[in-house]
Design a protein around this ligand. Structure first.
Ligand code: BGC
Length: 374
């Protein structure tokens, strides 16, 4: 698939854009459709506000949203906010002013869009949170994502399995990393992982040697690899002197997992069991080779396809929309205490060297990476 083949290259460009945006340049995303596939007059209109491209899945989502909108003949405006929260707030406000019928939002900071969501509600716009929950609001209508708590549980299980398979006799020393504190997913990932790991910490099977086991101590601001690499390097200096090494490291995603591996390699130490998420190109290769122990596959194709299908149903006024392949959960996610959100949850898959070829069998691009890495 051409789209996916170029994803790594696009991610590299995205990283450059992010650097540029820090110096004042702006992301100038264009409306999704035009030319031959331009939507008909009066077509359904959807605003898609995305965060920074902090991982490959966001890059893939952009192309897939464009393709799906064109296929469905709907009018989509897709914008990324590489400049940060204020830029995303402005983009959402502009979409509301332009009269979109449905807003799909992947927030940078899910708690910072309350004013815009209120304006959306007042304008009769239906709001769908995409991948990341929107919080601090009662004006959210739906949430669609992979099961984030489930992702964390899979990461915790993979870490334990990896330790058993690769780290000799326990007890095992581990370190924990979390995602960005402004992304509501980060706490879910960490909570899911700790759901599995805490009993093993309590019974002494694993030891968090640095003692840093609270989310606030292990979070990685902005999902930036540099922050994870620096913290790992600092941990190696403070906690693992001489021949000592951690046996395992919980990493919330692939970008950070690779940064952790780099820090360990730079310290001249053997690579521990490291988890991840997203099935990013480089990590698919590392997992197949056994250097990164695991990743997670949250196939962006069905998530985007289902999101567009949901947006169309909502624009047509469906009161009880359905999403094929997703479980409707009305309890787990609250946009505010006591305000549960109807959430369509897709099922993530764990990937290790053992099952990579099976998990990716319907993804030609990732299968190519697996075959090349063997
Ligand atoms: C997404 C992850 C991604 C992270 C950083 C999270 O909200 O769910 O898939 O790795 O953001 O971009």
């Amino acid at each position: 698939m051409k789209t996916l083949k170029t994803a790594a290259a696009v991610l590299a460009i995205a990283a450059t854009t992010m650097t540029m945006s820090a110096c004042g340049a702006r992301d100038t995303s264009a409306p999704a459709s035009g030319g031959e596939s331009a939507p008909a007059e009066g077509a359904i209109s959807v605003g898609i506000a995305m965060p920074q491209k902090t991982s490959q899945n966001w890059v893939e989502a952009e192309d897939m949203f464009k393709e799906n909108c064109a296929e469905q003949g709907i009018d989509c405006t897709i914008q990324f906010a590489n400049g940060g929260v204020a830029e995303q707030q402005n983009q959402v406000s502009a979409m509301i002013e332009n009269g979109v019928q449905v807003l799909v939002i992947g927030a940078i900071d899910g708690s910072q869009l309350g004013t815009q969501l209120k304006a959306a509600k007042d304008a009769g716009i239906t709001v769908v949170a995409y991948d990341r929950l929107l919080t601090n609001t009662t004006d959210l209508d739906y949430y669609i994502a992979y099961d984030n708590f489930g992702v964390g549980q899979l990461q915790g299980q993979a870490l334990l399995e990896g330790l058993e398979a690769k780290a000799g006799e326990g007890p095992w020393d581990i370190e924990l990393f979390g995602g960005s504190p402004d992304d509501s997913n980060s706490l879910k990932f960490f909570g899911g992982a700790m759901d599995v790991l805490q009993p093993k910490i309590d019974d002494g099977t694993v030891v968090v040697k640095s003692g840093q086991a609270e989310f606030t101590q292990v979070a990685t601001q902005g999902w930036l690899p540099k922050n994870a690499q620096d913290r790992m390097a600092a941990l190696l200096t403070s906690t693992y002197q001489g021949d000592e090494v951690p046996d395992g490291v919980l990493s919330p995603n692939d970008t950070l997992g690779r940064a952790i591996i780099t820090a360990v390699e730079q310290a001249g130490k053997p690579v521990p069991v490291v988890t991840g998420q997203d099935s990013e190109d480089e990590s698919v290769t590392l997992v197949t080779q056994g250097k990164q122990y695991s990743t997670i596959f949250k196939d962006t194709r069905p998530l985007v396809k289902s999101t567009i299908a949901l947006a169309i149903e909502l624009a047509k006024g469906a009161a009880e929309p359905k999403v094929d392949g997703a479980t409707l959960d009305s309890e787990q996610y609250e946009s505010m205490a006591g305000n549960p959100v109807k959430s369509f949850l897709l099922t993530p898959q764990i990937v290790t060297a053992d099952n990579a070829a099976d998990v990716y069998k319907d993804d030609a691009h990732r299968m190519e990476l697996v075959n090349a890495a063997k």
